[in-house]
Write a protein that binds this ligand. Structure first.
Ligand code: NAD
Length: 499
């Protein structure tokens, strides 16, 4: 049994709390490693190290800091297969999907190589007689991030790359379900030239999260995970005076208009609904065909595609469509919600409840499910299922479909499939959701744009990556400077307008 570590002050450090979490192999259902759960003291030790290391890192010029990230990109590419294998083994996602997880993080690292450009301040020459005003972006100091299980490479990189490019130290508290890749990333950053103590990994659960939220030296907290925890972290972190951004859960609707290319829409829905076993915050979990005829045509196209899906372990090759879900508890919760859908009157068109994979009977595999005639009051509509379950809600008009998505408490992503530019444009303008796809089912913005939902999918104002990340991880200081000959002629005691 492998015992995982923390990564503190440039070294693997064994857990000292005596508490551990099981790290499963979701494909076999076996415990493959133990992750240490840090105590408050262990977290405090990482903060001490970070606080001591950060000023020297902040004093390194931005271009040199960016060169560390450049080298890191090379190492990520060098170790891509090794990282993806470790990721699939703990998470369960397919090997190509694991590479995608790393790649989408890597792209944010590439974006952060532009730190010297992003960190340039503003300058006003001669704002008044002999007076110049300039602003600079300075790092916050010690920053921290708490990340979910479903993107164990991408989301840590979305946080630590901009934080470190800006001159901060960063403490990562990854998900206790799949902590190996975060530990490997910290090692690679040091191999790329990052000084010790600037990126540390503290494994843990609520105890270490609370220690982060309460520690007076930690200036900012980034969180990605479920909405109840996002809300908790946001309120406790803000109450402690920190800068906090929290990204929560989702229920993403895809509107299918009668004029949509139905084959294209069905292909998109199958990938977006069942890819990664539905464990993506940008997965489509609700299909909203407009009109009964559209609904019938869509379901007819969906069923054979869903029945053909190949479910299996990542070791079974690249033609596996999706793998197991992350834990036995996640599987149980998904099947419980499926049952509630049946009990509450939805029509289960594709029933995956009896799915079992020969040779992997103890793995956490869940068959694909498709519901039709789902209504707004059902639990499968209201809750995030985070599994391979797609619900169809029939709308009778475009306006009804639009209000359905608008009335849902989550607002992460959405999509519309149509051939009509005017409808698409109206949808993009009016919808109260952060990321919108037009004939694109999973509209995750690229690194140089920003990522973030609206409503209960977000707490805080700045988005992840893109220009917002450089704002989140820096403070603005504005200097008004006068180098006059005048002061020596006598002091000034009143507040002056610039004239
Ligand atoms: P989670 O909320 O259970 O855990 C996220 C992190 O919070 C983990 O590091 C975990 O250790 C910690 N945590 C869990 N319970 C805690 C508690 N009581 N107190 C303090 N910390 C706690 O989420 P998860 O299951 O790892 O991830 C899936 C969720 O994340 C889904 O809801 C998904 O939609 C969401 N997600 C959102 C985005 C986004 O950008 N909006 C991206 C990915 C995932």
């Amino acid at each position: 049994m492998q015992e995982l570590t923390h990564y503190i002050d440039g070294a693997h450090v064994s857990g000292a709390s005596g508490r551990f979490a099981d790290v499963m192999n979701p494909a076999t259902g076996e415990v493959q490693a133990k992750a240490p759960l840090a105590s408050t003291d262990e977290l405090n030790r990482a903060v001490e190290v970070a606080a001591a290391a950060q000023p020297a890192w902040a004093a390194v010029n931005p271009q040199r800091r960016a060169r560390v990230l450049m080298a890191f990109v090379g190492l990520l590419n060098r170790d891509m297969d090794k990282l993806a294998e470790a990721l699939s083994r703990e998470h369960g996602k397919t090997f190509p999907d694991a590479k995608g997880d790393i790649q989408r993080g890597l792209e944010v690292v590439e974006y952060c190589i532009g730190a010297p450009q992003m960190l340039k301040g503003e300058y006003t020459d001669s704002a008044g007689p002999g007076i110049d005003i300039y602003s600079m972006r300075q790092p916050l100091g010690v920053t921290a991030g708490i990340t979910p299980f479903n993107f164990p490479a991408m989301i840590p990189m979305w946080m630590f790359a901009p934080a470190i490019a800006c001159g901060n130290a960063f403490i990562l508290k990854p998900s206790e379900r799949d902590p190996s890749v975060p530990l490997m990333l910290a090692e690679l950053m040091e191999e790329a030239g990052l000084p010790k103590g600037i990126l540390q990994v503290v494994n843990g659960d609520k105890e270490s999260v609370d220690a982060i939220l309460d520690h007076p030296v930690i200036q900012s907290v980034g969180f990605v995970g479920s909405t109840p925890i996002a809300e908790y972290i946001y309120s406790r972190g803000c109450a402690a005076g920190k800068r906090v951004q929290c990204f929560g859960g989702a229920k993403n609707h895809m509107i299918v208009m009668p004029d949509a290319d139905m084959d294209q829409a069905a292909d998109a829905l199958v990938g977006a609904g069942y890819g990664a076993a539905g464990e993506r915050c940008m997965a489509i979990s609700v299909a909203v065909p407009v009109g009964d005829e559209t609904a019938d045509r869509l379901i007819e196209k969906l069923v054979p595609r869903i029945e053909k899906l190949k479910v299996g372990p990542y070791t079974a090759g690249d033609d596996v469509d999706y793998g197991p879900v992350v834990t036995a508890a996640a599987k149980e919760n998904i099947l419980r919600l499926v049952q509630s859908g049946v009990d509450q009157g939805a029509e289960l068109v594709v029933d995956g409840r009896d799915f079992s994979l020969q040779g992997y009977e103890d793995g956490f595999f869940v068959g694909a499910h498709l519901f039709d005639r789902v209504t707004k009051d059902m639990d499968i509509y209201k809750q995030e299922i985070f599994g391979p379950v797609l619900s169809t809600v029939r709308a009778q008009s475009y306006e009804e479909a639009l209000s359905l998505a608008m009335d849902h408490e989550y607002g992460n992503g959405t999509a519309i499939f149509t051939r009509d530019g005017d409808t698409a444009r109206d949808f993009a303008n009016r919808i109260n959701i952060g990321m919108v796809g037009v004939n694109v089912p999973i509209p995750v913005p690229l690194a140089y744009h920003t990522f973030g939902g609206w409503k209960k999918s977000v707490f805080g104002d700045l988005n992840q990556h893109g220009p917002d990340a450089f704002k989140f991880y820096t403070r603005t200081k504005t200097v008004t400077a006068r180098w006059p000959s005048g002061l020596k002629e006598g002091g000034e005691f009143h507040f002056k307008a610039m004239d």
